[in-house]
Each structure stands twice: as C-alpha cells, then as structure tokens.
Design a binder for this molecule. Sequence first.
Ligand code: GLA
Length: 333
Amino acid sequence: KKFVLSLILVSCGINNGFSQKFENLALTPPMGWNSNNTFDQNINEQLIKETADAFVALGLKDAGYEYVCIDDGWSTRDRDKQGNLVADPVKFPHGMKALADYVHSKGLKLGIYNCGGTHTCAGYAGSRGHEYQDALKYAEWGIDYLKYDWCNTDNLNVTEAYITMRDALYAAGRPMIFSICEWGKTQPWKWGAAVGHLWRTTGDIGPHFDDFERRPNKWNPMSVLEILDKHSQDELRRAAGPGHWNDMDMMEVGNGMSFYEDQTHFALWAILCSPLILGNDIRKMDKQTLDLITNKELIAINQDALSIQGFRVPWRSCPVDAWAKPLKFLIHS
Ligand code: GLA
C-alpha cells in the first residue's frame, strides 16, 4: 500500500495544479545567443549590450533570434547579507535590472544562469537552499530565461532539485524559460517535459566536428558528431515537442571549424529541433557565418510547427548519412 501511495505522490509532485512550469513558452525551439562558448567568465555589461545591438543591426532579431543569455560568471562569489545574489559590480556596474531594461528596449529577452548546487561550475554563488529567493530576484530584475546547471550538487536528487526551482520560478510569477542542464545524467528526456522547456542531453560541446585529438584533458568537450550520435536515439527523439526540447548544446558555428563543418553543424541542429543558441562573437563574425545563421530555410526547418525531431534514414546501402524531418510547411504547400 505504502508503495502505491508513494508512486502517486511522486507523479503528483511532477505535475499538479499547484506546481507547474510556465506553459506556452518555447512552443518552437528557443533561438538566441549565450556567452559561454566564446567568453567563458569574461563577460560584462558592454558585451551583452553590444550583442543585443548586433541582434538588431545584423538582422538576427528579424531572423527569429530572441534570447540574449548570460552564462556563468555574472555574480559575485558570495551572496549579500540578506542572502541575495549580487551581480558583479565591476562586470555589471548598472546591475541586472538596468541591463534587462536595455535588452527589452531592443525587443529582445534576457537570460541568466545558475546551478542547483552550492556553487556554479565556475565557483560563483549557487542556488541550493535559496531557490525561491533567487527566483524572486530574477523576476524583479526582469529575467526571461534561466539556464540551471548541475555542478557542486553532492548527493542532491536531480529531479527534485529541478522541480524545486521550477516551482520557485512559477511562484515568482514572471514567465521564464527553464533550461535544464544536468548533461543527460538522469535521462531528462524521460522527465523534463513537465519540469522545463529544454534539457541538455550530453556533456559540453567544443568547437570540433569529429572525434579529436584533445581528449583526454581536464575539460572534455564533445564533438558535433558525438552529440549527433546521442540524438540518433529514438527514445530521445520522441520526447521533443512544443515547449519541451532536447538541447544539443549551444552552437560552435563561427568558432573555428571549417565552413563546411559549420554548415553541417547548423543544419543538423535545425533538423533535430535543437534550440538554436549561438555561441560565437556575433559582433565580429564574417559574412558567410552571418548568412548561414540567418538562412531562412534552415531556420524554417527548425521552427516548423509540426515540431517533429528529425531522424536518420535507415539507408544501409548508401555510404552517407541521410536525415529526414517531417514538416508542416511541406504538407500544406
Ligand atoms: C557547465 C555547463 C556549460 C557552461 C559551464 C559554465 O559545464 O554544462 O554549458 O554553462 O558549466 O561554467
């Protein structure tokens, strides 16, 4: 009896009327930019503002890119006396609210980052034990997107920790995309749809197309093809849909691979319904990179309303890979 009861409680906990994620967000895969791949912790207010300016000036906004996301390294190492998160006063002298106002004035949205653990992966103040307080702070600042990472979590239960943060965001009342980032450790494609809007499925991407010489080292980035292999799994593919996506990680387009590799990388992310989160310095990219990331057909494939993640065609006699993705656009034209 006890066993049956606890099962019921668990399923209620994930999705009932009182605790839920914000619905009607990310109905197509989110599109935007994130600071981590190029800038690591070397981020500041000016970079974020210039990136928002570039979204507009270069036509990224018109192409559908919307979220300007700050990754690790934005806060101080410690909280203030009241336990609040504090934006690093040197990197962000005018604070997060002013930055969010600026980004919003461009018709864009602002994303931020934290961890379920005591500290973030780079050692800044983490959210553990402060989830509701942090959610209120993000809402007060006008944040629209939270990437929630998994470093320094000891033995925390993954699903419960993400549910706690989901509920905290919901209670704070400001609709925010909730991006789950536990690197696929606990198969988030099985539980993530009720908790967040996207979930990472692997470890971190690096600017490498194929298996590569840099392994093993302390930071063990994955190549585009390694991530692709993970996404060939049917089990994952079926979990994607409006409001809940497999996140193949922030892109490395424009970060040093050959242009053919960049093209393939971008096209695969599009076919596989991955969020299209740029990871290059968009203020300085060349024309062919800009043309690639604003390619209307590729973006239309990614954003197609049928929302079916693409799959590898079982075409054994052919030495090349073929991928297919059903499209509403084609069915209705
Ligand atoms: C983890 C995440 C990355 C990035 C870094 C920042 O490795 O998976 O995407 O956010 O932390 O420190």
